[in-house]
Design a protein around this ligand. Structure first.
Ligand SMILES: C[S@@+](CC[C@H](N)C(=O)[O-])C[C@H]1O[C@@H](n2cnc3c(N)ncnc32)[C@H](O)[C@@H]1O
Length: 420
């Protein structure tokens, strides 16, 4: 092996991993990793690095709510041009990780002066691996972009390439419970990030309810239930990046799955009242289906007056316009988090002003004593909520910059507009 290609020690020893994250979510991913017991979780550009044995990376795959992927770096070397990249990749012992009859996919990010296109970079990496197999065994793995046995991630920063195995496979936001979406669903990991940023776990400890008055396909309500119920967000996924990896440890993974199932069963009683509303019945049907697929108990029938405190563990979705939404009496004040349309994908921004004004009115009349978070890509619309934001954070919904505004709802003290 070339001196330039530095291999990390075998998988049973401690090593460093990297959880990738959307811009703005890096600190949340680092916090989650610390809570999962990872060593030296460190926020970095594009994610968070952490240390530990393979079990720690498996745990991260299963439990991280806000990350995109979990990578296991294998080597880091100079790759100023495509030939140097090819040679270094070709010298790595890929037969330890993949069978010659297996399948692979290469994700390539970054560029430099000589490797300008990621497609070209990915092609050279694939050629280097396949050629090595052919030279050694006369057989070669084939490419499967959808469900490969090994997904290889190469990141080029300036002239340095980092080569990793993608242990997560599909992006972690694809929990596996979403059967149907609506027009503009939030990604599951962004929804979880908003809830964590709004201190939802603290609200759960106090028994506070959760409401999303414009819930669409129910992503925020479902993620709120999973956090409250200590449910691992990866429990529904049947395929991972490590499923076809030669060094996969099925016993270790099975042990972690069993532990997660035990925690899910024990956590059911901790889920407080969770309500989702939308004026679109198709959205409510989708929310109901998604929540059921997530193993949550759902209902479209309101329980008898005064019975709400007894509804732990139940998500209720109801078709209702914001202007007609009267919350049931007896709810323990908790958290409202909502993602109203903001004109980018649904409705024109100009027509949405009255909806944001209505949202402010609804929060003051229905939710005094609650906390609220509103995510919007249009800060001008957010001003129309008419409640002073206690905190404003920036997130990215895909490429779109969004603001999360957090409010403490007090009925008497409100302003006509705020600067955001
Ligand atoms: C951006 S989508 C929410 C997406 C949702 N967070 C998800 O992940 O699926 C906004 C939702 O607000 C709903 N909506 C718009 N105006 C409403 C109103 N006046 N009352 C109730 N729902 C409304 C729309 O039907 C739409 O489903």
């Amino acid at each position: 092996m070339s001196a330039a290609v530095r291999r990390k020690p075998p998988v049973r020893t401690e090593r460093r991993f990297f959880a990738t994250a959307a811009r703005g979510l890096e600190p949340l991913v680092a916090d989650e990793l610390r809570a999962l017991g990872a060593k030296d979780a460190k926020e970095e550009r594009g994610g968070a690095s952490f240390g530990g044995p393979l079990a720690q990376a498996y745990r991260a795959c299963l439990w991280l709510r806000t990350a995109n992927r979990v990578l296991m770096p294998l080597a880091r070397f100079p790759a100023p041009d495509a030939d140097r990249l090819y040679t270094a990749i070709n010298r790595m012992p890929w037969e330890n990780d993949l069978s010659p009859d297996g399948t692979l996919a290469v994700d390539f990010t970054g560029s430099n002066e000589k490797i300008i296109h990621t497609g070209f970079g990915a092609q050279r990496v694939k050629d280097a691996i396949v050629d090595r197999f052919r030279e050694k065994s006369g057989r070669r793995p084939s490419v499967n972009l959808e469900q490969p046995d090994l997904r290889i991630n190469v990141h080029l920063h300036r002239d340095i390439a980092t080569v990793s195995i993608d242990l997560s496979g599909d992006s972690l936001h694809q929990r596996g419970y979403r059967a149907r979406g609506v027009a503009a669903p939030l990604k599951e990991n962004l929804a979880a990030a908003l809830l964590l940023k709004c201190s939802w776990p603290e609200s759960v400890k106090q028994g506070g309810a959760f409401v999303d008055p414009m819930c669409g396909s129910g992503t925020l309500a479902i993620e709120a239930a999973l956090i409250a119920g200590d449910v691992a967000p990866g429990l529904w996924r049947t395929r991972w990046g490590f499923s076809g990896w030669r060094k996969h440890d099925p016993q270790l993974w099975d042990h972690l799955l069993q532990e997660a199932r035990r925690r899910r069963d024990a956590g059911r009683d901790k889920i407080p009242v969770i309500l989702g509303f939308d004026w679109d019945s198709t959205a409510i049907d989708a929310a109901q289906t998604n929540a059921e697929r997530a193993g949550l108990i759902t209902s479209k029938d309101a329980p008898p007056e005064g019975e709400w405190q007894k509804q732990q563990g139940l998500i209720q979705f109801e078709c209702c316009a914001l202007a007609d939404n009267v919350l049931p009496a007896g709810l323990t004040p908790g958290l409202v988090v909502t993602n109203p349309p903001y004109g980018e994908r649904l409705g024109a921004a100009g027509q949405l002003g009255p909806l944001y004004t209505e949202l402010g009115r609804w929060l003051r009349s229905q939710c005094p004593g609650w906390r609220a978070g509103v995510i919007t890509g249009n800060p001008d619309l957010a001003k129309l909520v008419g409640v002073r934001a206690r905190k404003i954070n920036t997130f990215y919904n895909g490429a779109l910059e969004c603001k999360l505004l957090q409010f403490d709802i007090e009925p008497e003290r409100f302003m006509r507009s705020v600067d955001v």
